[in-house]
Ligand binder design. Structure first.
Ligand code: GCO
Ligand code: MG
Length: 402
C-alpha cells in the first residue's frame, strides 16, 4: 500500500477543528485530529508545507518508522505545533491500518481490557450553591465522576465557569480576552466548595477539580492539604507543568491525588514526574502528545510507576481525537478516567462518530480503525474563523498564567 495524497480540512462548526485525511492507493483513507486551540493554522501549515510532501509514496503500514521520520528526522524535536502534526499523521496511519485489517483500533493495541470507559463531566456555577445543584443534576444524569468549578467572590472571570447562558468554551472569535485573577481569593474559596459538595452529595461521587496551572508549589501544597478531607479523585494542574520538580513540594505535603499533562507533548515532559511518583494521573492527550504510538510508550512507562491515564478531552479536541482516546482507554490496563465534554450538536453535522454516553460511561462500537468519519461537504459550510484563548493578569496588571 502507498500513500498517494493527504488533505487538511480546516472547519469551524461552532469552534475550529483541523483534520488530516491521508489517502492510499487501495482506496482506504485515514483521519487524524490536528487541532491546537488558538494556533490551528500553524499546525495546518506545518503539515501542508513540511510533512505531506514527505508522506507521499510511503507505505502507511510502517507507522513506527514514519513516526521517527517526522520526529528524529526533523532535527527540531518536540513542541506543541510539531507534536500535534505528528499526532495527526500517527492517528491517520492507525486508522488506515485498522481499516486495512478490518478491525477496530483497540484490537490492534491489546484488545479490550474493559467493557466501558469511565468518564467525568464538567459542573460549574456562579457560586457554591449553584455548583452544588449542577453536580446533583449531573449525578441524576448518571455521571459517577464530576469536575466542580465555581465562581469566586471578587473575581469576575474564573477558569471553567461560563457566565453566558451557553456551554463553557474558552476560545473566542476576537482578540484574546484579558481576565483578572487573585490566587489568594481562590485558595480561600475552594475548600468551602468541596466541604459543601460532600455535605450535600455524600461520599459516593468522584469529585475532581482543575486549578489550571495557577498556583506556586507552596500555594498548591496548601490547597491540596486543605482539600484532603474531601477525598478528591484528583486535583488537576495544581502548578504550571514546565517545572516538574515543582510537584515535589505538593507531594510532600498532601495525599490528594494529582493529575497533570494536558499541555505536555512528549514523554520527556514527565519523566521526573513518573520516576519520582509525583503524580497519579497523566493527562497528555493523543492529539498533542505524539499520537497513539507515543502515548503507548507514555502509558507503559506510567504503568511501571502506578500512574494511570486521564486523557484531556475538552471540546477543542475533535471527535477524531475522542474516538482514538476511547479506543486507547479501552485497551490499556492502567486506564484511569476519560474527560468528557460533549461537543455541540452542530459538530455532528461534520463528524460522524461511533461512541455514545451511557450512565456515566462511554461505549464504543466495532467499526474498523478509529470508527469516525468526516463529511467534507458539511465542513465547507463552516469556514475557519480566527479565535484565541483568553490571557490572564493579576489584579495589578502583571501578566499571569491563564
Ligand atoms: C481541561 C482543560 C481545558 C483547557 C482547554 C484549552 O481540563 O479540559 O483545562 O479546559 O483549558 O482545552 O484549550
Ligand atoms: Mg485542565
Amino acid at each position: 500500500m502507498k500513500i498517494i495524497k493527504a488533505d487538511i480540512i480546516v472547519c469551524s462548526p461552532g469552534r475550529n477543528f483541523v483534520t488530516l485525511k491521508i489517502y492510499t492507493d487501495q482506496g482506504i483513507y485515514g483521519l487524524g485530529d490536528a487541532t491546537l486551540n488558538g494556533r490551528e493554522k500553524a499546525v495546518a501549515t506545518y503539515l501542508e508545507e513540511y510533512c505531506i510532501p514527505c508522506l507521499i509514496g510511503k507505505d502507511p503500514a510502517n507507522i513506527e518508522d514514519i513516526w521517527h521520520y517526522f520526529y528524529r528526522g526533523a532535527y527540531w524535536k518536540r513542541g506543541p505545533v510539531t507534536m500535534t502534526a505528528i499526532s495527526a499523521i500517527d492517528m491517520a496511519l492507525w486508522d488506515i491500518k485498522g481499516k486495512a485489517l478490518d478491525t477496530p483500533l483497540y484490537n490492534l493495541i491489546g484488545g479490550k481490557s474493559r467493557g466501558k470507559i469511565l468518564v467525568y463531566s464538567h459542573a460549574y456555577g456562579k457560586d457554591i450553591e449553584e455548583t452544588v445543584d449542577v453536580v446533583g443534576r449531573q449525578m441524576e444524569e448518571g455521571f459517577h465522576a464530576i469536575r466542580a468549578q465555581s465562581g469566586i467572590p471578587g473575581i469576575d472571570d474564573v477558569y471553567g465557569v461560563s457566565k453566558a447562558d451557553k456551554p463553557y468554551e474558552p476560545a473566542q472569535r476576537q482578540l484574546p480576552k484579558e481576565s483578572l485573577w487573585e490566587t489568594e481569593k481562590y485558595l480561600n474559596h475552594l475548600p468551602k466548595l468541596f466541604k459543601r459538595l460532600r455535605e450535600v452529595h455524600g461520599d459516593d461521587p468522584h469529585l475532581l477539580h482543575d486549578a489550571h496551572h495557577r498556583c506556586t508549589p507552596v500555594e498548591a501544597s496548601r490547597l491540596a492539604k486543605e482539600l484532603e478531607p474531601y477525598h478528591l479523585f484528583w486535583l488537576e494542574d495544581p502548578v504550571s507543568g514546565e517545572l516538574q520538580e515543582g510537584l515535589r513540594l505538593v507531594r510532600q505535603h498532601s495525599v490528594t491525588p494529582l493529575a497533570i499533562g494536558e499541555v505536555f507533548n512528549s514523554i520527556y515532559d514527565c519523566t521526573t514526574l513518573m520516576t519520582e511518583q509525583l503524580i497519579d494521573y497523566i493527562r497528555m492527550p493523543i492529539v498533542h502528545g505524539g499520537g497513539i504510538s507515543h502515548l503507548l510508550k507514555v502509558a507503559a512507562m506510567a504503568s511501571i510507576y502506578h500512574i494511570k491515564t486521564g486523557f484531556h478531552g475538552a471540546t477543542d479536541l475533535s471527535p477524531v481525537n475522542l474516538a482514538a482516546s476511547l479506543h486507547f482507554d479501552m485497551a490499556i490496563n492502567n486506564f484511569g478516567i476519560q474527560e468528557y465534554m460533549p461537543h455541540q450538536p452542530v459538530v455532528n453535522e461534520v463528524f460522524q462518530s461511533d461512541y455514545y454516553f451511557d450512565k456515566g460511561y462511554m461505549v464504543i462500537g466495532d467499526r474498523p480503525g478509529l470508527g469516525v468519519d468526516i463529511d467534507e461537504k458539511a465542513a465547507k459550510k463552516f469556514p475557519y474563523q480566527r479565535a484565541y484563548l483568553p490571557v490572564n493578569r493579576k489584579m495589578d496588571g502583571t501578566m499571569f498564567h491563564w
